[in-house]
Design a protein around this ligand. Structure first.
Ligand code: KIV
Length: 272
């Protein structure tokens, strides 16, 4: 008899059932060491295209590719057992045609993701529908959409006027009707995020949105003090991991330079 207790990965239907019952706690992760640490605490891990900026020091997310994200997805999947894994669809991987969207979304599911997230307003709702009808769960990302930085003229909060708020509201409803399992609301006016959360039957995950959302997501490096510089107003630093790393690396470098590391204990073929 096996004493091994199998940990079941949270499924998308289970996350959907959290709505109105339990908040969904989510963070981004791109690598095995972080994913291992996050897994026990979180309901969902997002392999976001923010990897481009956070992990690769790129100025925006636009040049990141499906294959790059899929490689990070596979690393996170291999290092986790419990959290539901969601993969971002990068810029240019789903806007070209429905077939292109399916081909690239399928790569994310092949890498082990349970579903994908895609940015876009109501005009992209047919993509959501096409993917969902073919077995790809979709979270639609509306409000501030970093892939639209050139259209928006910067990373700006959305829905500040009544007219703009109505547009984002309709975007959210269009994706819900198209079959999205959830909505990611980024950088939106608080009242708008609350209104969307109350209006839809699927979970909303906020980032710079509203405490009334059904869950929250942040970039892990922001909460750990690893972003190198300031963090966005909507984020909060919950720990200072940079200080811990700084101390450890300084101790290592000093030990190498003063000869206290390595000792013979760290060598092979030494008779004790
Ligand atoms: O790419 C990403 O990490 C995201 C989150 C910031 C929501 O989309």
């Amino acid at each position: 008899m096996s004493i091994h207790t199998e940990v079941k990965r949270l499924t998308i239907p289970q996350l959907m059932a959290y709505k109105g019952q339990k908040k969904i706690a989510s963070l981004t992760s791109y690598s095995a060491p972080f994913a291992r640490l996050l897994d026990t605490h979180l309901d969902m891990i997002l392999i976001g295209d923010s990897t481009a900026m956070v992990g690769y020091a790129l100025p925006d997310t636009l040049s990141f590719t499906t294959d790059q994200i899929a490689a990070h997805v596979a690393a996170v999947v291999r290092s986790t057992r419990r959290a539901c894994i969601l993969a971002d669809m990068p810029f240019g991987s789903y806007q070209g045609s429905l077939e292109q969207a399916f081909t690239n979304a399928a790569k994310m599911l092949s890498a082990g993701a349970a579903g994908v997230k895609l940015e876009g307003g109501a005009a992209l709702a047919p993509v959501t529908q096409y993917l969902v009808e073919r077995g790809v769960p979709v979270m639609a990302h509306v409000g501030l959409m970093p892939q639209y930085v050139n259209v928006m003229g910067g990373f700006k909060a959305q829905g500040m006027s009544e007219e703009a708020a109505e547009r984002v509201f309709q975007d959210a409803l269009a994706h819900e009707r198209a079959g999205a399992f959830g909505l990611l609301l980024e950088g939106t006016a608080e009242g708008l995020a609350r209104r969307i959360t109350e209006a839809v039957s699927i979970p909303t995950i906020g980032i710079g949105a509203s405490p009334h959302c059904d869950g929250q997501v942040l970039v892990t490096e922001d909460i750990l003090g690893l972003s190198g510089g300031g963090i966005p107003r909507f984020a909060k630093q919950f720990g200072d991991v940079a200080a811990v790393i700084d101390q450890a690396v300084a101790d290592y470098a000093r030990s190498v330079r003063d000869g206290s590391f390595p000792t013979l204990d760290h060598c092979f073929g030494v008779k004790k």
